[in-house]
Ligand binder design. Structure first.
Ligand SMILES: [Zn+2]
Length: 502
């Protein structure tokens, strides 16, 4: 009997989700309760190991590489912070409610879905009203009439203390960085330009959360805010280090389907003639490639004035091409002095700093606002494959949840003792290692292939005679013998072989 034909190639979204749920990457929050709202997901053990690796690479290649400072600010911030930042008035989605059944939907999305028109989400409630009347739109659930369109603020409000004073869960980690800037500048003796970084949770009360880790209500961001003097020239020796890095750039005035592959030197003109912005975009490009995002599947896309966030004057999205289209991973914004200026005004504090002999300056800010969850989801999407014999997750060794697995051929006697001892030693050397002694060796390999473990080590009868083990590589499925005493060194070499730093 011939076996059923298997679909070979990249996995579909549904298959990816099944892998995530069944292998401990991520799953819905409070899932045993039907009442649990959408848009909240938990990381399981494998997903968290992968996330830790991703953030470690971000710290290494962006934060530490560029001598940035990292802080950890509060998740709850007082209302005035978001009055100053503009989030209270501008982080809003237009919504309409059905007068008959009460359903609430995004006005802009619904109108554009029904009419095929491009609808700017920043239209006024009256303009939305007119469109609804003009196209005679009704509730998609019951056909009822819509009420007056309103603006829905996406921040989660919380009441602080017995007084229940107004505060909000932060919608981005960036605001603490701006609010703390004056203190950091003094206590850390900041010299411009300087990056300040933060990784942590942010919260957005999305009307329509979707696609697992793609649009969440509780999300993880890794943000960098670089403060600089807009009149100062960027250090040429720093630019020199990155000028060879190439990136795909899709600018507003180029063919919408045709991004250009440019060196950093060539890209400066597209990025507003600003070397400092180009420098950080190049660092970002390099970081993503080192995490396993192929360059040809990434691009910097310039946003139109209508698509930019309210606080930015020029903006590019760093995007990746997933199996369901291009997806924004990082918002790269030139925020000018918008935030510091407004916090200075609302707090009545002087937030200017000295810039050497150039005198006092209110710094400008370029931002890399990175979505961690989306990045991890995209990595799974890019690297999960069906092959004729197996499912395999081809994550790079620096990102894979486990670097290695140790198997005893049989789980008894000297073979088991040697395997356990090898496993313990690898853990002591700080390699994330998995131990598995159940089932046929072939099945143990398959389980490791599915969660992306690049190397498996099997202790067998021969190990007792010559102090070697079988090293099996995930991608080639090739096997070789290696001395037990050399396993640690070999794994380190395999993990770090493309470790060059810009
Ligand atoms: Zn209705």
């Amino acid at each position: 009997m011939a076996t059923a034909e298997r679909h070979v190639g990249r996995a579909s979204y549904e298959e990816l989700l099944r892998l995530a749920l069944e292998r401990g990457f991520f799953f819905p929050s409070a899932e045993i309760y039907n009442e649990a709202p959408a848009g909240f997901w938990e990381y399981g053990p494998t997903g968290l190991l992968m996330r830790n690796n991703f953030i470690r690479e971000w710290r290494r290649r962006i934060v530490r590489n560029d001598d940035m400072l990292e802080i950890d600010g509060s998740v709850i911030l007082p209302k005035i912070v978001f009055e100053a930042s503009g989030h209270l008035s501008s982080l809003v989605d237009p919504i309409v409610q059905c007068t008959k059944c009460g359903t609430k939907i995004r006005a802009d999305k619904y109108i554009s879905e029904k009419t095929g028109l491009q609808i700017d989400e920043r239209l006024s409630p009256e303009e939305f009203q007119n469109l609804i009347l003009k196209y005679e739109l009704h509730c998609p659930k019951c056909g009822g009439e819509f009420g007056k369109p309103t603006k829905f603020n996406m921040m989660f409000r919380v009441g602080v203390g017995a007084e229940d004073s107004d505060a909000y869960l932060r919608p981005e980690t960036a605001q603490s960085i701006f609010v703390d800037f004056a203190r950091l500048s003094k206590t850390m003796r900041i010299k411009l330009p300087k990056g300040i970084a933060q990784v942590g949770r942010s919260f957005r009360n999305e009307i329509a959360p979707r696609q697992a880790l793609i649009r969440l209500r509780e999300l993880m961001q890794a943000e960098v805010e670089v403060f600089f003097n807009p009149t100062a020239k960027f250090d040429p020796s720093r630019f020199e280090k990155i000028k060879h890095i190439t990136m795909n750039v899709l600018s507003q005035n180029s063919d919408p389907n045709q991004s250009k592959n440019l060196t950093a030197s060539e890209a400066v003109v597209v990025f507003g003639g600003m070397e400092i912005i180009t420098y950080y975009f190049a660092l970002l490009q390099d970081f993503y490639e080192k995490c396993g995002f192929p360059k040809e599947k990434t691009r910097f896309r310039e946003l139109s004035a209508a698509d930019r966030a309210f606080y930015t004057t020029s903006a590019f999205d760093f995007e990746v091409e997933t199996s369901s289209g291009w997806l924004e991973l990082v918002a790269c914004n030139y925020r000018t002095d918008y935030d510091l200026k407004n916090h200075a005004k609302f707090s009545k504090k002087d937030l200017e700093v000295m810039d050497g002999d150039k005198g006092k300056v209110l710094p400008h800010v370029v931002e890399l606002s990175l979505g961690v969850d989306r990045s991890l989801f995209s990595l799974l999407d890019l690297h999960f494959y069906h092959e004729q014999e197996r499912d395999v997750l081809r994550l790079q060794p620096n990102i894979a949840p486990f670097l290695a697995a140790v198997f005893p051929l049989i789980s008894k006697g000297e073979i088991e003792a040697r395997a356990i001892s090898l496993y313990q030693n690898l853990k002591l050397e700080d390699f994330q290692t998995f131990y598995d002694d159940s089932g046929a060796i072939g099945r143990r390999y398959r389980r490791m292939d599915e969660i992306g473990t690049p190397y498996c080590l099997t202790v067998d009868h021969k190990s007792l005679e010559d102090e070697t083990v079988t090293l099996r590589e995930r991608d080639s499925m090739g096997q070789s013998r290696i001395r037990i005493s050399e396993v640690g060194e070999k794994l380190r070499h395999l993990r770090d072989r493309n470790e060059s730093q810009v």
